[in-house]
Ligand binder design. Structure first.
Ligand code: PAF
Length: 299
């Protein structure tokens, strides 16, 4: 298949590298990263090891699917660019956040929107070099739940390249489950400044993880999304499988970059408010991460 990876940061570059072994892959990303790949290839360390050679220049040909991996706060801008450059093309979001598919629908069109989530953990080491720090499943699905030819083709292409992937007929629920995982792991690791796996080493952190999940279950249900207690084990499983990863939010904080806290933790708090749900732990977590952007740290 022919894939465009739009927003080739840590996760996008990892997917681009793996898919490029058997597909035509065009990477679109930051100038320094793309230039480093053009000079020395795309280097992946950790669970996946190797130097990969995806394309970095568009030859004007038609591609099958765009895999969108930008930060959630950049989705709108990215989609406008995609539409302008590549025209109407199916877009599979593998981003964090709850609103990406809605934006694809609005900007490109309903029939072009494909939902997806991935629990792989990847760290951007430097331009041209990514650490594959944790594995996890990837789930994709049509927003209407149908098993279409294109979704089967993408699933096969992913699995053939070693990206463990399944199709869901309820991708909205999967996206919510992933959002809860991000609310907990990204939120708490940012506050505690630790790798994902550390959350399981403290009874206090683990209990807090459970409490945040419990609030999220109520919030999801108010939105008509049937998530149950199993999300607690799921969140712990992701923390275990990505134990050595620095969550994307903490990576951003450490680099002094804008985080996805508004799109992840902020969104959950806003939905809770809309339904009159008291989500005080989520609110505390969100406010503390926001406060970290402004207060001067000692030491
Ligand atoms: O955003 C992240 O960092 C990732 O979604 C995950 C799966 C929590 C791994 O760090």
């Amino acid at each position: 298949m022919k894939f465009i990876i739009f927003g080739a940061g840590a996760i996008g570059s990892l997917f681009g590298a793996l898919l490029s072994t058997k597909n035509d892959v065009l990477l679109v990303g930051r100038k320094e990263h793309i230039e480093a790949i053009e000079r020395e290839g795309l280097k992946i360390e950790g669970i996946t090891k190797g130097i990969f050679h995806p394309k970095t220049k568009w030859d004007g040909s038609r591609y099958d699917v765009v895999i969108l991996t930008t930060k959630a706060y950049d989705t709108k801008k990215a989609l406008e660019e995609i539409l302008h450059k590549f025209g109407k093309i199916p877009v599979l979001s593998l981003q964090n956040g709850l609103k990406n598919e809605e934006m694809i629908t609005e900007i490109i069109g309903e029939e072009y929107a494909i939902g997806g989530i991935t629990s792989h953990g990847a760290t951007f080491l430097r331009a041209g070099k990514i650490l594959h720090a944790g594995t996890g499943e990837t789930v994709i699905g049509e927003l209407n739940g149908r098993i279409t030819e294109r979704i089967e083709e993408i699933e096969e292409a992913f699995n053939t390249c070693g990206i463990d992937t399944r199709i869901s007929t309820d991708i909205k629920k999967e996206i919510w489950k992933k959002a809860v995982v991000n609310v907990v792991i990204n939120g708490l690791t940012s506050l505690l400044r630790c790798k994902n796996g550390e959350l399981l080493k403290s009874r206090h952190a683990e209990e807090t993880m459970e409490k945040i999940c419990t609030e999220c279950i109520e919030i999801a249900r108010a939105e008509g999304i049937g998530i149950g207690e199993e999300i607690i084990d799921k969140t712990k499983e992701v923390a275990k499988n990505t134990a050595e990863n620095i969550s994307s939010m903490l990576q951003d904080i450490m680099k002094g970059k804008k985080t996805e806290v508004e799109e992840i933790n902020g969104e959950i708090v806003r939905i809770a408010k809309k339904h009159g749900i008291n989500a005080c732990i989520n609110e505390f977590l969100f406010k503390m991460i926001k406060a970290m952007e402004n207060v001067r740290h000692l030491g």
